[in-house]
Write a protein of this length. Structure first.
Length: 320
């Protein structure tokens, strides 16, 4: 299995592909972004003063990218509805416009208009959103306001300022559930042993970098519970170690930041995952020749240099 760890994902991360001229003919690996420029003061106890711009960038980046995208989509969706509502005759006659900028709206206006927003929004084809989607939209708006310094609590049962909104959301969710909207969960079928064997005959393989890449990707998900592309992209080879105890030889995986463990203030007591997988001869991937090398040391092989990475750009259709 250790032979596959330093092989990269190929089609999975197409944005990482290198052009032919970017390939070093001696190393046969992509040379872009292999090394980071080190700060000359990094060995000092104190680093260089951080600028206001850099500080705000770091604060912004603490929010996962997918969460930022969800927040921005929710805000754009609300603003689109607000413009549509303000152009409607009923809104014009009432003389009470919908605030397009949530941050400047009072809690009274938020309570009033969000109650109507949650009742009126639909998909582009006119079909209703499932109940969970409505709560996700409102969670995105709440996160946006909190990032801007507004400590709102749309879902707090004891918060009377947003009682009308909560009752409206509860009513709409029950209405949708009664109509059967969002009651069926879409789940992927589990991969059977037979499916896995077929993958080894058609997709996986130990004779090409692409086949090895697919195998590494699959078994990182299956054995070590990887979720999301970033966990694969940021994976370091040093997170894997081949060890042995009285039971036998095993691969030890030390997790880091992942989708549900970001390591911030709210998760300082949550430990990253630590997973052991003991060698079992006769089971995939061992049955396909990817068991740990008996001569391997405690660390899996990586490319030389300071860039401690696991996945590199694959050379398509080139045998190992």
């Amino acid at each position: 299995m250790n032979r596959s760890i330093s092989i990269s994902l190929s089609v999975i991360f197409e944005d990482l592909f290198a052009k032919d001229e970017d390939l070093d003919p001696d190393l046969n690996i992509a040379t872009q972004s292999l090394f980071f420029k080190r700060d000359s003061t990094e060995t000092s106890r104190f680093c260089s003063p951080i600028t206001d711009e850099d500080l705000m960038t770091k604060i912004s980046n603490r929010v996962p990218k997918k969460t930022q995208q969800s927040n921005n989509w929710s805000l754009r969706f609300y603003q689109e509805w607000a413009r549509h509502r303000n152009a409607h005759p009923d809104t014009v006659i009432s003389g009470r416009n919908v605030p397009e900028e949530l941050i400047s709206a009072t809690n009274e206006d938020l309570n009033y208009w969000l109650s109507r927003f949650i009742m009126e929004v639909r998909r582009k084809d006119g079909t209703p959103y499932p109940p969970n989607t409505l709560t996700n939209i409102m969670s995105g708006l709440q996160r946006h306001l909190r990032e801007k310094g507004r400590n709102v609590g749309f879902f707090k049962k004891d918060d009377t300022e947003f009682m009308l909104f909560r009752k409206s959301l509860d009513s709409r969710m029950k209405e949708l559930a009664a109509a059967g909207v969002g009651t069926e969960k879409k789940r992927a079928d589990p991969i059977t042993v037979a499916d896995e064997d077929r993958l080894w005959t058609k997709v996986f393989g130990d004779n090409t970098s692409l086949g090895m890449s697919y195998a590494v990707f699959f078994y990182n998900c299956k054995l070590f519970g990887f979720r999301g592309m970033d966990e694969h992209r940021n994976l370091a080879a040093e997170q894997f170690q081949v060890k042995a105890d009285t039971v036998g030889k095993y691969i030890n995986f030390s997790g880091r930041v992942c989708k549900n463990v970001q390591g911030g203030l709210d998760q300082r007591r949550i430990e990253p995952k630590l997973i052991k997988h003991f060698e079992q001869s006769g089971n995939p991937p061992a049955s396909h020749g990817l068991e740990p090398d008996p001569e391997a040391g405690p660390e899996l092989p990586v490319i030389p240099g300071d860039f401690r990475t696991t996945f590199m750009t694959s050379l398509r259709d080139v045998a190992r």
